[in-house]
Design a binder for this molecule. Structure first.
Ligand code: HEC
Length: 144
């Protein structure tokens, strides 16, 4: 009787962990989408597809600074498996993974402060967004 209860509780706990892992995977994908919405806006300014707007440009860096700070917490060791393109290398080299996220955050913060016009934006934006590919290349499965 007691054993059964213990087993039932253990099974429940495993179920909860699996659900939590899927939640955190969904959460990090949503965060990444927020980041790509901002880089898409930045790309329009880069290509001249939209007239430069300083407030929008600053907002790109504000969002990237705050979202990138949240990246490490969204990759707990319990979230390796599931509907995810995250590669196991993340958990083997967590310090490096975190360092790339931290670099994105600090570059975005610096750009937020230093960008004052279109010319300075066009220098800062490609530099800040290097970290996107810099992390995806080693740590994300390529789209199949
Ligand atoms: C520190 C590492 C890291 C950085 C920095 C990073 N990403 Fe990601 N990104 C990932 C990983 C890992 C995944 C795969 C997540 C998954 O499938 O669970 C991902 C997934 C994505 C996705 C796909 C989301 C989905 O719905 O599946 C987009 C879009 C994306 N990133 C955009 C960006 C942009 C834009 C930047 C830069 C502003 C950026 N990322 C910076 C690691 C990073």
């Amino acid at each position: 009787m007691l054993n059964r209860t213990v087993l039932a509780i253990a099974a429940l706990a495993i179920g909860v962990t699996a659900a939590a892992a899927q939640d955190v995977i969904a959460e990090r994908k949503a965060l990444m989408k927020q980041q790509s919405a901002q880089t898409a806006q930045g790309a329009k300014f880069m290509k001249g597809e939209e007239p430069f707007d300083l407030a929008k440009a600053k907002n790109i860096f504000t969002v990237l600074a705050s979202t990138s700070e949240k990246i490490p917490a969204l990759f707990p060791a319990t979230s390796k498996d599931g509907d995810t393109k995250a590669l196991p290398a993340i958990w083997e080299k967590m310090d490096d993974f975190k360092a790339i996220a931290a670099k994105l955050a600090s570059d975005a913060k610096a750009a937020q402060a230093s960008v004052t016009d279109e010319a300075s934006f066009k220098v800062a934006f490609p530099n800040v967004t290097k970290s996107c590919g810099g992390c995806h290349q080693p740590y994300r499965k390529p789209a199949s």
